[in-house]
Design a protein around this ligand. Structure first.
Ligand code: SF4
Length: 229
């Protein structure tokens, strides 16, 4: 019987520390897949958007590179990793070998099949804010699928984005970790200052006071332009 070959379009595999979300600071292996269905105005990995970049690589070869980097945390990112169906095979294989697998998705793709096949995966899902130019791309069905252990992330670039995030969270009350992160630009410090002051006051109420304010640590360390971080 012919063996099924699972192929992924891989842009880069590298070791770094996780720069965003609840796993910030952990030494992590990153697998960046090529291609994205969105075009965020402030995208910091624009080189990943065009799916022609990178190389077709078998899941087994990707696993070899992951094993070689020897870190327990694996982050599958992009681009938008869920555009490639064989990402499920990669996650399944890595989880089977004991890796802690994060999948970073832009929120526009359904996650039902991934969760069904890989219940141990950790989902890091974006909701695109107005300043991204991609507001409205969120796949609403995902709200039903997010679990307590997952995280929903809002990258904010101005006060309109902050209001959008607070309204979205207040309206939908997702059960997962809730993160607001100022985009690493000239406005980041002022936004972080504003949001931290508001959170310190505690006036958002019980549910919204679960929000975490987090910064893009990798951009603070290495600046806005460095790749493979
Ligand atoms: S979803 Fe991510 S990779 Fe795609 S354009 Fe937006 S920021 Fe860039």
């Amino acid at each position: 019987m012919n063996e099924v070959i699972r192929l992924l379009r891989v842009l880069e595999v590298f070791g770094s520390i996780q720069g965003e979300g609840v796993h910030t600071g952990l030494p992590t292996t990153f697998v960046r897949l090529s291609g994205c269905n969105l075009r965020c105005t402030w995208c910091d990995t624009a080189y990943s958007q065009n799916g022609s970049g990178g190389e077709d690589t078998t899941v087994e070869d990707v696993m070899d590179r992951i094993r070689g980097l020897d870190r327990p945390y694996l982050c599958v990112t992009g681009g938008e990793p869920l555009l490639q169906h064989d990402v499920i095979a990669l996650c399944s294989c890595a989880i089977g070998e004991g890796y802690h697998v994060d999948v970073e998705t832009n929120g526009s793709m359904g996650v039902g099949e991934l969760i069904k096949c890989c219940p141990d995966v950790f989902l890091s899902m974006d909701v695109k804010t107005p300043s991204s130019g991609q507001e409205g791309s969120f796949h609403g069905e995902n709200l039903r699928l997010l679990r307590v252990k997952d995280q929903l992330k809002f990258i904010v670039s101005d006060h309109t984005d902050i209001d959008f995030a607070l309204n979205f969270i207040g309206e939908h009350r997702p059960p997962c970790e809730l993160i607001i992160t100022p985009c690493s630009n000239d406005n980041a410090e002022a936004l972080a200052d504003h949001l931290s002051n508001e959170l310190c006051k505690g006036e958002y109420g019980m549910f919204l006071n679960r929000i975490r304010l987090m910064l893009q640590t990798h951009r603070m360390i290495w600046g806005p332009d460095r790749k493979m971080v």
